[in-house]
Design a binder for this molecule. Structure first.
Ligand code: KIV
Length: 261
């Protein structure tokens, strides 16, 4: 999957995007036929155990992007730009986006509307494809006072449409729409000619993204309404670990089968 192919899917089959942070899951995602992977800064929460994504660094993102791109065969890899890697200046944004591309990503993602438009323009002008991210943007968690649905009133919904058009004009090839009423996401989707990828934004987006550990049922500390667990791997993992402990303690493992003679 390339950026132009992804963009063309606005008028085709729904796009499926999943987050990944390492090589093992990247291989599994590709085996499942999923063609786009987001190295999300959600790794701050699900991998690093932080309360939010704000402490994720460029070094973290470069490291995890390398793990993913080392295993990737065909999928489009998009890497999140972490908090404070693009906010300070256009120059810093460009430099840091370049680092993620050098780590193997084909595109980067930035959060926010009007304030990041000039960053998006600078990056795309230099050949770095950019995905935008509007709505409940986790890097704004303190400003929002928590992880709250955005775009609930007409004024907010209209700002979302304006921001979406501005990001498209600046060169963004796609937009993530997070936690907003389905009707608002539908309006934003109709307002732009680039694909929208929803997460908690209803069924009218051009594609959907979920955090891998959420969809596998591995992370259950905080499960938003929009998450559907398609497996319950946490339960399976717990059961396996308890069995291992039990068998070692009762001297049932290892047996001859697992021993060298
Ligand atoms: O960091 C992330 O995983 C994301 C998705 C939730 C869209 O930004």
């Amino acid at each position: 999957m390339t950026v132009p192919e992804f963009r063309r899917r606005k008028h085709g089959e729904k796009l499926v995007v999943v987050t990944a942070y390492d090589a093992l899951f990247t291989r599994l995602i590709e085996q499942a036929g999923i063609q786009a992977i987001l190295v999300g800064d959600s790794l701050g929460v699900v991998v690093q155990g932080q309360r939010d994504t704000l402490s994720v660094t460029m070094e973290d993102m470069v490291y995890h992007t390398r793990l993913v791109t080392r295993a990737r065969r065909q999928a489009l890899v998009i890497a999140d730009m972490p908090f404070m890697s693009y906010q300070v200046s256009r120059e810093q944004a460009l430099y840091n986006a370049g680092r993620l591309i050098q780590a193997g990503a084909a595109a980067v993602k930035v959060e926010g509307g009007g304030a990041v438009v000039d960053r998006v323009h600078a990056m795309t002008a230099m050949g770095i494809p950019v995905m935008g991210h509007l709505g409940m943007t986790p890097q704004f968690v303190n400003q929002f006072g928590g992880y709250k649905v955005q775009g609930k009133d007409d004024a907010q919904a209209s700002v979302l449409c304006t921001d979406a058009r501005a990001l498209e004009q600046a060169g963004a090839f796609s937009l993530v729409l997070e936690a907003m009423p389905a009707a608002v996401a539908q309006s934003v989707t109709q307002a732009v000619s680039i694909p929208t990828i929803g997460i908690g934004a209803g069924p009218h987006c051009d594609g959907q993204v979920l955090v891998l550990y959420d969809l596998l049922g591995l992370f259950d500390e905080f499960v938003p309404k929009f998450v559907k667990p398609y497996a319950h791997l946490r339960t399976d993992a717990l059961q396996a670990l308890r069995c291992f402990k039990d068998e070692v303690e009762r001297q049932r493992f290892p047996t001859d089968t697992e021993s060298y003679q």
